[in-house]
Design a protein around this ligand. Structure first.
Ligand code: C5P
Length: 223
């Protein structure tokens, strides 16, 4: 059976809130609860572990296992994985993406099963043109990337347990700090990662504007 790890231990400073980002109210309840509800409706998932700030473990939704997160996102994933010694595959999801629908988790799990890959990750084709800028002056364009090949990566990310364990447990703190997603760690370890096409509406809440947009998307989904 599968297990799900929700990382919710970020402080969310850019949101300007007095509480951890995952506990900020969205659509009348803590943001974290939207992801828990979606995951609860996926029959293949038998357990949900939530990584929270050490002072907020009491805020874990009922029926989930709470664990203190780490200093950086991938360290929180590692702590959650350690707290859950069984379960394969492993679904990793950011509490900061509360709009991920249950069917996206199901599609990612099905693609992992079907493909034989080490990971299947939600992603949306990019619609903007992406350019690289010289970091030494912060404004001179050095390269324009081929948009047809670019995908903006989201969560959920679904992993074969042994691939995720190899990538995370063996990684040094510097590597974990550099990782903005766990699939990159699996790629570094030689694993094969596939994208699962997802909607750009599966936004990550970072700023107050994102929160406003999420409220609008939720209201629209309810009509
Ligand atoms: O900060 P950012 O929005 O990129 O974080 C993505 C997700 O990782 C959020 O759900 C956040 O709560 C989580 N996170 C964590 N532990 C950290 C930093 C971020 O669980 N140390």
């Amino acid at each position: 059976m599968a297990v799900a790890l929700i990382v919710a231990a970020g402080r969310g400073e850019r949101l300007g809130s007095d509480r951890p980002k995952a506990l900020v109210t969205l659509g009348g309840r803590p943001m974290l609860e939207w992801s828990v509800e979606a995951l609860r409706s996926v029959p293949a998932i038998e357990r949900i572990v939530v990584a929270l700030p050490a002072g907020a473990l009491g805020d874990a939704p009922e029926g989930t296992v709470a664990v203190a997160g780490g200093a950086v996102r991938s360290a929180s994933v590692r702590e959650a994985l350690r707290a859950c010694p069984e379960g394969d595959p492993v679904v990793v999801h950011d509490a900061a993406r509360p709009l991920a629908p249950a069917r996206l988790f199901e599609r990612a799990l099905a693609q992992l099963e079907r493909s034989g890959a080490d990971a299947a990750i939600a992603a949306a084709p990019v619609s903007d043109t992406i350019k690289e800028v010289d970091p030494s002056d912060g404004r001179t364009v050095t390269r324009t990337l081929d948009r047809a090949r670019l995908w903006a990566v989201q969560t959920p990310q679904v992993f074969r347990r042994d691939a995720l364990e190899r990538a995370l447990i063996g990684a040094g703190d510097d590597v974990l700090t550099a990782a903005t997603d766990d699939a990159w760690l699996v790629e570094q370890a030689g694993g094969r990662v596939e994208v699962v096409e997802s909607s750009p509406a599966n936004i990550k809440i970072t700023t107050p504007t994102d929160l406003t947009l999420a409220e609008l998307l939720l209201a629209e989904a309810r009509v």
